[in-house]
Design a protein around this ligand. Structure first.
Ligand code: NDP
Length: 315
């Protein structure tokens, strides 16, 4: 297999990866960045981004990512198509296999592979992507001011998103498949006490409908039971909050992760337990999951990489 040696390898092309590439490029680390399966990351699936500082009029998600990419390239980052398919972090230099056909040996590795929101798997979720279906209330909630929305899920994320949306929308339905919520007690209490939130227990969403955008959700109450009931509920927005999957599988064996797979880092830094290997963005953040926090951690990771290389005399 072809082997290439680099000083700084960045895996992932969301805000964390590109920001790491901008900083690493400006520090003369000659970073190589592989974009992964979804170049530009999760933001390429959203419409307008209005909460990224510096864009008073907002910016489209794909445009923001294109701008970040250009900025990284301008400072010398070698941005490539390719998916990391395996890793060996047992000793330095670390090895990452790309597309099962090439091995990159690197002194420092920045893992910014992100997390993937889980979807129900309905065809309609794809059909209405960016047209009423979202997996991020903080990103898209603003577009549903004074409108009616539904949130699917019964965990802390779903409750948090429902409460966030209730501050904007006129009505929020929480679609929960079980007869109870899985969320923490305090979140359950907040959701139940909120006058704008109505919880639909023992409900499953099985489809969406609407011309050119979501106009309603097809629901089944007590699916599979003798008293099963099917009906349609008019809504303007459909939010998924059934969990995220961090894209850490190929690195997990060498790093500490939590039970879901989020990479654990040292305190408030992107340092993992392997020296010279850093994790930035959503792959190491189950809590904030914002473009700006991901960008911030990408910046930190590049600074850490530069210091590591300098201390080891590898610059
Ligand atoms: P969880 O795994 O806790 O909850 C997922 C929810 O989605 C569950 O109610 C689950 O239902 C439901 N669900 C999963 N798949 C489907 C499906 N196919 N159809 C319908 N419903 C489905 O994920 P969260 O993202 O809510 O939380 C992840 C972790 O992050 C948790 O540990 C949580 O406590 C933590 N967190 C903490 C926050 C805080 O402290 N402020 C905020 C957000 C998250 P079921 O119960 O039936 O399995």
């Amino acid at each position: 297999m072809e082997i290439e040696k680099v000083k700084c390898l960045i895996i992932g092309s969301g805000p964390a990866g590109y920001t790491a590439a901008i900083y690493a490029g400006r520090a003369n680390l000659n970073p190589v960045l592989y974009e992964g399966l979804q170049p530009g990351g999760q933001l390429t699936t959203t419409t307008d981004v209005e909460n990224f500082p510096g864009y008073p009029e907002g910016i489209s998600g794909p445009q923001l990512m294109e701008d970040l990419r250009s900025q990284a390239v301008r400072f010398g980052a070698d941005v490539r198509f390719g998916v990391a398919t395996a890793s060996d972090l047992s000793k330095a230099p670390y090895k990452v296999t790309i597309d099962e056909e090439k091995v990159i040996e690197t002194d420092t590795l920045i893992i910014s592979t992100g997390a993937t929101a889980k979807y129900l798997g309905l065809d309609d979720e794809k059909k209405y992507a960016g047209m009423g279906v979202s997996a991020c209330a903080t990103c898209d909630g603003f577009f549903y001011r004074k409108k009616v929305v539904a949130v699917v899920g019964g965990g802390d994320t779903a409750c948090e998103e429902a409460i966030y949306l209730a501050g904007l929308a006129s009505k929020v339905y929480l679609i929960v498949r079980k007869p109870y919520l899985r969320a923490s007690k305090i979140m359950q209490e907040r959701v139940m006490a909120h006058e704008k939130i109505e919880i639909l227990f023992e409900h499953n969403a099985v489809g969406l409908f609407g011309d050119g955008g979501v106009e309603g959700v097809k629901l089944v109450k007590r699916l599979g039971e003798s008293d099963e009931e099917r009906y349609e509920l008019p809504i303007d927005g459909f939010f998924l909050a059934i969990g995220h999957k961090p894209n850490s599988d190929i690195f997990k064996q060498y790093l500490d992760t939590d039970e879901v797979g989020y990479i654990l880092t040292e305190g408030n830094t992107p340092r993992t337990k392997v020296p010279g290997v850093f994790a930035a963005g959503d792959v190491a953040d189950s809590h904030y999951r914002q473009a700006i926090t991901a960008a911030g951690s990408g910046c930190k990771a590049a600074i850490e990489a530069e210091r590591y290389l300098s201390e080891k005399g590898l610059l």
